[in-house]
Design a protein around this ligand. Structure first.
Ligand code: GP9
Ligand code: MN
Length: 609
């Protein structure tokens, strides 16, 4: 009995605390393989840290340990929040994006999950036991053991991170174990920083050429040649609201109307943004290059030279400008736009701030202010308009709500979403009327597309309501699907194209309709009017290697490896054998690698006279 009383219980109590902490962490980041191994490794790691700092008996170590413990707990909390939104843990490469998160505090608060706060509850208890251990001050003799422990762990880390045997188990540990994952990320960031080109320029061109489908008969080439172009990128606009009735009301009557006359509607169109969300939707649509995982392209590659849609139109004699009702520096737009080929940028600072909704100037106000700008610029023009009012968390004052919600959808994210989408649609309707009234309509083609999802499948906060609304299980294929409508007044073309494609295809599709030749080979997408097979690789919200290929949607495994992936038929929830799509999985990775090389090496610069 006495022996039990005298026994040092600290390690046992701490083991239990660390086990609970890590169990909560791994369940919140939805790890579903080797949990026991991961928890054991993490406990050992915490114990090593605890031992290193407590047994040397120095007071200052108490502060260092607690600082480390609190910092790691914050990192775990951040992982949980980030995973909830992005389906991935935090990377040091995205550190610069903290300003983007702070700019939308309401949006950030709406994504918080209360369970994440459990990760802080143990801090006072750990502090208590740490103080107790330091007081014992039995340092001598223990230090040598500690060094041995550190040595063993360094070897273990090296083996797991380098994974010389390409073992699936080690890969799972490397990607998911808290310490390994973040050390691996740190290592990755450093090696990326000291990076050497991996693919030669000739090889990139060969890969693109080999993969380009030669189409004999080119439809609709140049049907919109010389016309003005207005592109409206619609915030958080998903496809499932199009041509649909909710509670006996059309959600998007104006866009539905547009689709019915003189329009090509692409109903299998997917977003493929990276970590720069809205800005990457712009970037990839304008340039037909995949965004990267490391951060937003406008910041990382803002100073590169491009030759995308604005440049091409500029060279054809167009006035090119962008319009957006938020701060001009956000997403580094003000710096990046001149290199994208925009002559002017009318941001919040330049526009009349007469009606603010949510983050910035309301869509209706921005579109109203667009008319005198269009009247003023030399024709032909290219106006690139980025909407905002339907931004997460979809808050709208009563006076702007025009859709009658069912009782059960009131004050829910799904209900709020429908209300802001209806508002965004009304704003489009108002713009079309104003264009007609100001004689700007007949000579202008109007392209509209969503920038990314509004309702995140992984967050599961609206899934049941969407299931009921669409009549099947909501899944990533529906979350990634956005509408693309290209309205060409007077064309007599009214067509729905169901070839699979996405923002990556926007530039070549518009270039074909406007009869323009793209003057460099670095195009990752294709003209969707004439394409036969469709392919889009994804960057954010799904792991690298995920893609959509014709009617197959492929989600790479939680560990980012081919084994254990999932494939199903778009819009049906019918599972198919993922093993059939290894070539496409490799293609998705290769397409992304090539895009990264093009950006890192600023290759398109060579195509500027
Ligand atoms: C901000 C707006 C929103 O300017 O484009 O960006 P998001 O948060 O959707 O990426
Ligand atoms: Mn957006």
């Amino acid at each position: 009995m006495k022996r039990i009383r005298n026994m040092n219980k600290t390690p046992y109590i701490l083991t239990i605390i660390f086990a609970i902490k890590m169990g909560v962490y791994y369940s919140l980041i939805k790890v579903n393989k080797l949990e026991i191994v991961l928890i054991t490794l993490s406990i050992l790691m915490w114990m090593v840290l605890f031992r290193c700092f407590s047994k040397s008996g120095q007071k200052k170590n108490k502060i260092i340990f607690m600082l480390l413990y609190v910092s790691f707990s914050i990192l775990m909390f951040s992982d949980v929040m980030y995973f909830n939104y992005y389906n991935d843990t935090v990377s040091i490469k995205q550190f610069m994006q903290i300003t983007a998160v702070l700019a939308v505090p309401k949006s950030f608060i709406a994504t918080l999950i209360p369970a994440g706060f459990i990760l802080f509850l143990d801090i006072p208890v750990v502090y208590y036991y740490f103080k107790k251990e330091v007081k014992k001050d039995k340092c001598k003799g223990v230090i040598r053991n500690t060094y041995i422990l550190i040595g063993c762990f360094s070897v273990l880390f090296t083996i797991i991170i380098s994974n010389p045997f390409k073992s699936v188990g080690l890969e799972i540990v490397r990607k998911n174990e808290f310490f390994m994952n973040h050390i691996n990320d740190l290592y990755d960031s450093i090696t990326t920083y000291n990076y050497d080109s991996e693919i030669e320029v000739e090889e990139i061109i060969n890969i693109i050429e080999e993969d380009t489908d030669i189409i004999k008969e080119i439809r609709y080439n140049g049907i919109a040649k010389g016309k003005n172009l207005i592109v409206i990128q619609l915030e958080a606009f998903q496809n499932f609201v199009i041509n649909k009735e909710y509670n006996n009301q059309e959600i998007t009557p104006n866009i539905n109307n547009l689709i019915k006359n003189d329009s090509i509607y692409f109903d299998r169109y997917f977003f493929n943004v990276g970590k720069g969300n809205t800005s990457d939707a712009e970037f990839t649509s304008l340039n037909s290059i995949y965004p990267v995982l490391d951060g937003e392209c406008y910041r990382l590659y803002g100073q590169n030279v491009f030759k995308g849609l604005p440049w091409l139109l500029k060279e054809e004699g167009y006035s090119t400008f962008a319009v957006h009702g938020y701060k001009k520096d956000f997403w580094n737009r003000a710096d990046a736009y001149p290199n994208q080929g925009f002559d002017m940028f009318y941001a919040m600072e330049e526009l009349e701030q007469d009606e603010i909704i949510g983050m910035g100037i309301s869509d209706k106000s921005v579109y109203k202010q667009l008319i005198p700008i269009l009247d003023d610029v030399d024709e032909p023009f290219f106006a690139f308009v980025i909407s905002l009012t339907s931004h997460h968390p979809f808050v709208l004052d009563e006076q702007y709500k025009t859709i009658e919600l069912l009782e059960e959808d009131k004050e829910t994210k799904f209900g709020n979403y429908l209300e802001t989408i209806r508002y965004a649609d009304e704003a489009v309707g108002q713009l079309i009327s104003d264009l007609i009234e100001n004689d700007l309509y007949d000579d202008t083609i109007i392209a509209l597309y969503g920038d990314h999802h509004g309702l995140n499948y992984a967050m599961q906060d609206s899934n049941l309501q969407i299931d009921e609304f669409i009549g099947r299980d909501y899944d990533f294929d529906e979350m990634f699907r956005i509408p693309l409508v290209i309205h060409i007044p007077g064309s007599d073309i009214t067509e729905t194209i169901s070839t699979t494609g996405g923002q990556i295809d926007f530039f070549p599709t518009i270039a074909n309709l406007m009869g323009m030749e793209i003057k460099h080979p670095y195009i990752m997408g294709q003209d969707l009017v004439n394409a036969r097979d469709g392919f889009v690789a994804f960057t954010s919200y799904l792991g690298e290697g995920s893609f959509v290929f014709n009617d197959i949607f492929f989600e790479v495994s939680r560990e980012g490896i081919f084994e254990g992936s999932r494939a199903w038929k778009v819009a049906t929830n019918t599972e198919v054998d993922y093993n059939m799509y290894y070539d496409e999985y490799e293609k998705a990775i290769l397409r992304k690698d090539i895009s990264r090389e093009i950006l890192r090496n600023d290759i398109i610069r060579d195509f500027h006279e």
